[in-house]
Design a protein around this ligand. Structure first.
Ligand code: AMP
Ligand code: MG
Length: 356
């Protein structure tokens, strides 16, 4: 398949291009496009064939449901069968934005889009290119992250092209994703709201509106006997090609430990990488040292994490160590992704233990 690659400026949107892209989706084709979270691989959410094509292009297991993207609240009424009252409060505050809500679906949504589930995940993105495209394509775009299944989600078009060139009809390059982390997913179909995937909209932010909110345990634990409620969270995910290990403990100890391990790996001929912070980056010795930003700035860390993982792949890094980050607020989403990227490989250094 010949993939058309175009650039669109969010500040000055070329509506003729958007019309063309919308036409592709209406006719059952696929268009990769930017959103404020990560890039999405879009097809007509109400067309079973389009959803099948999305799974095929992404190499995604077809029991892993897609999020339906809408551009206005009215669109929700034809795809959600029951809409709890809190939806409108959440929508007023966080839509358009990085929040996905789960509802019971209507028959308009084919089961191919929802991975066979009777529920549908819905989000209204804030990115202007995304919104214009949704409107131009009929109002409902099913769009998972554009990464080939298992790899870190693309936050810049370069990685979208790497994963999808020749597999979709069009790729829209709209620059770097503002947030860089997938949406928070909250399930509103049960007795209590449950966060299935943490994100930029934090548990605390949701609790301001919903009262108490639960976090699906499988977001942070490995091998819990219960399967994750978001089917996608059970798959190996976000992983770089190199072997990634997270090291937890007092910063000084962590630094010493990582440096020693890096030395060993380099001695064995491996190319090494470190995920550090502005405060610590200067104190490591590795083939590639990358700072996610200031330690306290979780929003910045969230924005950079996926890109850094992909850059290590570009550089052929084989062994990667990462510092651990504060698991509060947006940091909770950062640690959720980092743990999955590392396949839950974590080394915990006891306080005061001799790590040198
Ligand atoms: P992505 O498409 O890459 O952003 O991932 C979407 C995530 O949403 C996956 O983890 C899916 O399993 C989850 N998801 C989508 N629809 C549903 C649904 N109806 N119920 C539970 N999880 C869902
Ligand atoms: Mg994804």
């Amino acid at each position: 398949m010949n993939t058309q690659i175009i650039k669109i400026d969010e500040e000055n949107i070329d509506m003729e291009m958007i019309r063309k892209a919308g036409e592709i989706i209406r006719l059952g084709g696929l268009v990769a496009f930017p959103t404020e979270t990560v890039y999405g691989l879009g097809g007509d959410a109400l067309n079973a064939d389009s959803s099948r094509k999305i799974y095929a292009a992404k190499g995604r297991p077809s029991d892993n449901p897609l999020i339906v993207h809408i551009a206005n609240l009215e669109a929700l009424f034809s795809i959600a069968r029951t809409i709890p009252a809190v939806t409108f409060k959440l929508a007023e505050r966080y839509w358009p934005g990085p929040l996905t809500m789960i509802f019971e679906k209507t028959d308009k949504v084919p089961s191919q889009t929802t991975g066979g589930l009777e529920t549908v995940a819905v989000r209204m993105p804030s990115d202007r290119i995304a919104r214009a495209l949704i409107e131009a394509s009929g109002g409902y775009i099913a769009a998972p992250s554009t990464n080939r299944s298992g790899r870190p989600s693309p936050t810049v078009a370069k990685y979208v092209i790497e994963d999808l060139d020749g597999r979709v009809d069009m790729i829209i390059d709209g620059g770097e994703a503002r947030l860089g982390l997938e949406s928070t997913i909250v399930d509103l179909t049960g007795e209590k709201p449950v966060i299935l995937r943490p994100g930029y909209i934090t548990k605390e932010m949701l609790e301001e509106i919903l009262g108490s909110v639960e976090m699906d345990r499988t977001a942070f634990e490995e091998n819990t006997s219960q399967p994750p409620k978001a089917p996608g969270m059970k798959y190996r995910h976000y992983a770089p090609r190199g072997n990634l290990t997270i090291v937890e403990g007092e910063l000084e100890q962590v630094r010493n430990f990582i440096n020693r391990e890096l030395r060993n790996s380099e001695d064995q001929g491996s190319r090494t990488g470190v995920i550090a912070t502005d405060e610590t980056a200067g104190s490591y010795r590795a083939s590639s040292i990358k700072s996610v930003g200031r330690r306290k700035d979780e929003v910045q860390i969230a924005r950079r994490l996926f890109r850094i993982l992909r850059e290590f792949d570009d550089e052929g890094i084989e062994v990667i160590y990462s510092e651990s980050f504060e698991g509060r607020g947006v940091g909770q989403a950062v640690m959720n992704r980092l743990l999955k990227a590392a396949g839950h490989q974590v080394i915990h250094l006891e306080k005061g233990s001799n790590s040198e």
